[in-house]
Write a protein that binds this ligand. Structure first.
Ligand code: UDP
Length: 254
């Protein structure tokens, strides 16, 4: 696999994108009736649904925080979501992703409004083609806004990386598996805060700066799609009792 050519002589990637192009992204807010907030995202060949419950009283008292809410993410991949059937249940990878996404989402909420509570976020990956932590985080942030949770800003997330020695945006599975580096970024454009940054592989400082800049710019674009999804839901649904917290951050901070 090492000698697969990932960028052709015309600078096109295996799916026809240029180095700085995102895969197509579609976001829908409020897709589940029984969750407090929800969102569905299609990002290239990734399909992910997110349900949010809470804030609700934290039952495990030893985990309660007396002064704030905590976010508990459960990231899970369906057995049928990948080429080679995935064993059901949470492995190390799912645990790691759940932890980093909990920490990122916690940074975006105004948590002192809800002491001793938990906000539970279920990220269900139905089809995976690389970038699921970023797509899941992007959808989870929309679902939290849909649940009316006050936030400082929506988190948009996207990875960049390096393939065939070139810095590119938004790696697909072939690029993720055979490329040189992957750099997932979670960013709140409204507050200019980076809430997720991981790196797998090797980048020089110059390549890192370029890749980080590409991912942050993409997050600004994705943030607009998140806002559009929330605006669409709440302009279509005027009778729903969304209260003043509808569409989360946008109400609070804009
Ligand atoms: N993947 C897989 N089987 C697994 C885990 C991952 O086929 O058990 C694939 C899946 O398409 C995933 C990709 O590998 O999206 C990249 O996984 P990674 O751990 O880098 O996370 P992601 O890029 O999805 O955030």
């Amino acid at each position: 696999m090492d000698n697969v050519q990932l960028i052709d002589d015309n600078g096109k990637r295996n799916d026809g994108r240029g180095p700085e192009d995102l895969r197509p992204i579609k976001i829908e807010a409020g897709v589940l009736n029984n969750a407090d907030g929800s969102a569905y995202i299609e990002w290239g060949k990734n399909k992910i649904i997110v349900g949010v419950y809470g804030p609700r009283e934290m039952h495990q008292k030893h985990l309660q925080k007396p002064d704030r809410a905590i976010v508990q993410v459960n990231y899970s991949m369906a057995s049928f979501s990948v080429d080679e059937r995935k064993r059901p249940g949470q492995g190390r990878r799912e645990l790691e992703i759940s932890k980093i996404l909990s920490e990122a989402l916690e940074r975006s909420i105004i948590s002192n409004k809800y002491p001793r509570t938990s906000i539970d976020v279920f990220i269900e990956v139905l089809e995976a083609n690389a970038g699921t932590r970023c797509a899941g985080l992007t959808a989870a942030s929309v679902a939290m806004a849909d649940a009316g949770i006050p936030m400082t800003g929506l988190i948009a997330s996207c990875a960049s990386g390096k393939v065939d020695g070139q810095v590119v945006l938004d790696l697909d599975k072939l690029e993720d598996n055979t490329g040189d580096a992957d750099l997932p970024v979670g960013y709140i454009p409204l507050t200019d805060e980076v809430v997720l940054l991981q790196m797998d592989g090797h980048l020089t400082p110059q390549e890192f700066d370029k890749a980080f800049g590409l991912a942050k710019n993409a997050c600004v674009e994705i943030h607009q799609l998140q806002r559009d999804a929330l605006t669409k839901k709440y302009s279509q649904d005027p009778d729903e009792d969304n209260g003043e917290d509808q569409a989360g951050e946008e109400v609070v901070s804009e």
